[in-house]
Design a protein. Sequence first.
Length: 279
Amino acid sequence: MRVFRSIQGYKNWRNEISTSSKLGFVPTMGFLHEGHLSLVRNSVQENNYTVVSIFVNPVQFNNREDLEKYPRNETRDIAMLEEAGCDIIFMPSIEEMYPEEITESYSFPALDDVMEGVFRPGHFNGVAVVVARLFKIILPNISYFGKKDYQQYMIIKELARQQFPDLIIKGMETIREKDGLAMSSRNVRLSVVERENADMIFQLMTRAKKLKEEFSPAEIEKHIANMLVNAGFAKVEYIQISDADTLEPVHQWKDSSKPRIFIAAWLGNVRLIDNMELI
Ligand code: PAF
C-alpha cells in the first residue's frame, strides 16, 4: 500500500497504471470504522486498484465546533486500510486541496434544499466541491458511498450524472452496531449513557415499518419525535418520510412506492442521522 500526500505524486502513479485497469475509490474523512471498511472491501473485490482518500474537508462543516472536534487517528486508519487490502491512500493537506480561494459552487434543486440542506446550510456545496475535485484527481471508474448519508449519496449521483457521466456511483447499505446504531465516526463522542440510548433511532425506524399499516406518514413522524424527546434526545431536527428517488415528502402512502424515513436528532452534543427504507 502506498500513501500519497501530494496531488502530483498521486497523478504520477495514476499515469503509470494500465488504462484498462478498473479503479475503485472510497472518499472518507478518516477515523475509519466497519462502515468504511465494508466499502473498501467491496471495492477491493470489484476492481484492480482501490484508492481511499482521507481528508477532513473544512468546507463542508457549517459548525466550527464540529470541525474542531472531528475525531482523527491517521496511524490507526493507515493500519486498517492496509489490512482491508487498500492499494493507495490519498491524504492531502488543506493547502494541497485548496491552494486558492474556492470559486466553484453547486446547487442540486429538490435534493439539497430539504433535510440536511435546511439544517446544515452550505454543507452539500462543500461536499460537492471536494468530491468533484477528488474525482478529477483520482479518476476512478467506480466510487462507493454509504447509504447512512443517503441524501449525500443522491447528491453525488446527481453530480456524477452532470459532470462525470462515465463514473459509476455505488450506494452501499448502512453498517450497524449490534444494537442497530448506524456506525459513524462521531459515535465516539457519545457518553456511556447517551450510547445506551442511541439505538432508539434504529428501534423507532424499525417500528415505523409496522405503524405504516395503521398510521399516516405525518402521524408516524410526530410519534417518533415525541418518543425521542421522551428518551432523552436533546433536540429533534427532522423526522421526514420521503420518496427514496426524489426525496419529496410523502404525505400519503399511495404517493410513493419507495418511502424512506430520515431522522436527524441531537443526543447530548452529538448530532446523529439515520434513515431506513419503509417497505
Ligand atoms: O461522507 C463523508 O465522509 C464526506 O462527506 C465525504 C464524501 C468524504 C466528502 O468529504
